[in-house]
Ligand binder design. Structure first.
Ligand code: NAD
Ligand code: DAU
Length: 354
């Protein structure tokens, strides 16, 4: 079996759901169930004997030691993190605690467990750390896309905490020989995406008749990847990746934020036109920029294509249509995540933004 952390969040949940479409190999999920962790994402696995869900913290060494000894996983996939850049600007402490200290405790527990395996089990074991393109910093319009050799230049507390965790993972390979893999992926979108992030926020706000807040001039560029393509890439790296290596994962799909906003509005105009006949574009509002906002991310995903044979299956057109449709079909999921906690966040991040 494998141990997956952060599996009640956006990508972790998609990964576990997708895993069982490909395999019957059991999964133990470890998730702290922060505001971003949602058991409803895994509801279809409630009575599935292949899946065990444990609520807990990757920083809890005693719990980790117990879980590893009990389940004896052949691999760990570490998604658990605080993941939202804006939240890291308002309050970085949880990011330091989970992304750096938590990853350290997880690595320590895994190192002790791995040290007790047989020689063959040790060779076959993998610790796959899921990271982000944000660790590489910001590109100018003419810069080439990030390769795995690009230097680390994180600019937000979030990306700095992810960079620190990547360095720890690397060090555990070089110092202790732990067979690690690191993946650095671009922006994901798709089902179960928490509506604090751009694409689900746009859909949810559009339908609620609220403003569609665009930070700064809306010309920041991100490289978008449909979430199940990211899940397939992680499975591919887990199966075929060389221990100690890092692999960049991206969609070859750079888009300015304003283009994303216009695309989402156009799809909603098609699927669920407003009663007054106006376009959802009329709800767009330009607001104060994110401090330290990275201008452009772009991933060069040729290493994973060349060495492991992975390429994205979804185009942006097909992925974004499916995503908008998923939110229209899952309004109950949306209202359940819009708890008191979520409302407080919206007030904190957007009130007073000129
Ligand atoms: P998310 O915020 O939706 O989910 C994070 C999950 O981790 C939640 O279920 C939360 O409860 C859990 N968690 C948080 N702290 C924990 C702790 N201390 N112990 C155990 N569980 C804890 O995040 P996501 O968007 O699904 O991202 C998952 C991973 O992928 C993160 O490591 C993120 O940095 C990385 N990543 C995300 C993207 C993206 O576009 N969303 C792109 C590249 C990489
Ligand atoms: O690049 C990978 C990263 O992508 C992941 O590591 C992060 O976990 C994930 O959250 C995401 O980070 P971003 O900051 O790029 O995603 P977000 O959805 O928050 O914002 C996308 C872009 O849209 C960014 O340029 C900021 C802008 N934005 C965002 C929000 C929430 C707006 O213009 N308005 C908004 O209201």
């Amino acid at each position: 079996m494998i141990l997956v952390t952060g599996s009640a969040g956006f990508i972790g949940a998609n990964f576990v759901l997708d895993w069982f479409l490909q395999h019957d190999e059991a999964v133990v999920s470890l998730d702290k169930l922060t505001y971003a962790g949602n058991l409803e994402n895994l509801a279809s696995l409630k009575d599935d004997p292949r899946h065990v869900l444990v609520q807990g913290d990757i920083g809890d060494s005693a719990l980790l030691n117990k879980l590893l000894a009990l389940h004896r996983p052949r691999a760990i996939v570490n998604f658990a993190a605080e993941s939202h850049v804006d939240r890291s600007i308002h309050g970085p402490e949880d990011f330091i605690q989970t992304n750096i200290v938590g990853t350290f405790h997880l690595l320590e527990a895994v190192r002790a467990y791995w040290g007790g395996l047989t020689a063959q089990e040790k060779t076959d074991f993998r610790f796959l750390h899921v990271s982000t393109d944000e660790v590489y910093g910001s590109l100018s319009p003419s810069d080439p896309a990030f390769t795995e050799e690009h230097s680390y230049q994180p600019n937000s507390p979030y990306s700095a905490s992810k960079a620190a965790s990547d360095h720890l993972v690397r060090a555990y390979h070089h110092t202790y020989g732990l067979p690690v893999l690191t993946t650095n992926c671009s922006n994901n979108y798709g089902p179960y995406h928490f509506p604090e992030k751009l694409i689900p926020l746009l859909i949810v706000n559009s339908l609620a008749g609220k403003n569609l807040p665009v930070y700064g001039d809306g010309q920041q560029i991100r490289d978008w990847l449909y979430v199940t393509d990211h899940c397939a890439a992680i499975r591919c790296v887990l199966q075929k990746g060389r221990a100690g290596e890092t692999y960049n994962i991206g969609g070859w799909n750079e888009k300015a934020n304003l283009e994303i906003v216009h695309t989402v509005c156009a799809l909603l105009d098609e699927f669920r036109p407003r009663d007054d006949g106006l376009s959802y574009k009329s709800q767009i509002v330009f607001v104060a920029d994110r401090p330290g906002h990275d201008r452009r991310y772009a991933i060069d995903a040729s290493k994973i294509a060349r060495e492991l044979g992975w390429k994205p299956a979804e185009t942006f057109d097909s992925g974004i249509r499916k995503t908008v449709q998923w939110y229209l079909d899952n309004q109950g999921w949306v209202s359940n995540v819009q708890s008191g906690n979520y409302r407080q966040w919206v007030e904190k991040n957007y009130t007073g933004r000129s």
